[in-house]
Design a protein around this ligand. Sequence first.
Ligand code: 5GP
Ligand code: MG
Length: 237
Amino acid sequence: MHTTRPRITPRSAAAVPPRWRREVARVLISQERIARRVRQLAAAIGRDHQGREMVVVALLNGTVLFLADLIRHLALPLRLDFIGVSSYGSGTESGELVFTKELRLNVRGRDVLLVDDILDTGRTLKRVLAKLRRLRPRRIRTCVLLDKKARRVEPVEADYVGFEIPDLFVVGYGLDFAERYRNLPFVGVLHPHVYQEASKPAPPRGRPAGLPQQLQRPRGQRRRLLGGSATRSYTRT
Ligand code: 5GP
Ligand code: MG
């Protein structure tokens, strides 16, 4: 729990692999650095939960890569379950969440480790924590790969944080833009042209659709991309 939290600055020396150079402007956190940090987090979680059986509750979909790597380094008895949470369609206010998958395991009296990809405004974790607390677990601890402190709206902090990152929209290692880029093995920042292309209306038939509806009509928080003038809203998927 009391590990130091590496703070990532907008500059990064790691080269973008040639395969991704057209779309990815830079690597913010390399694959190797993520792997090292995930092992440290697993060690800290292991120390804090010795002798106990945990229920790991992960939020879909952004946690998939992080979760898989984290739990393979957890040498503890654990059970795994998922909660699906998503922003509502374009007609609702930003921050309004719907649950797309409910927890199946009984967590009453259990130690729960809640895992999410990134802690941003804190609205998601706040909502999910309130929901979990109603199920009367013995204790809930939270673990996020990334923490964007500058964007916090709700007073939520995670117990285990992989990296503190600056206020940039990031993709990779599970995190998406319009459902793409989850499979990047690193965390990176996209070129502005990727967002511009995705926001073009009505792609020809047979081609993948660009931005989801809620991104085409910005209603939610506007955010800075790459520190430039381009702004986009986005919602959790
Ligand atoms: P919060 O409710 O804390 O504002 O947002 C948490 C969710 O928003 C994350 O789980 C993630 O789905 C999405 N999110 C926030 N920041 C980013 C980002 O920089 N990149 C991506 N891909 N998703 C983000
Ligand atoms: Mg997402």
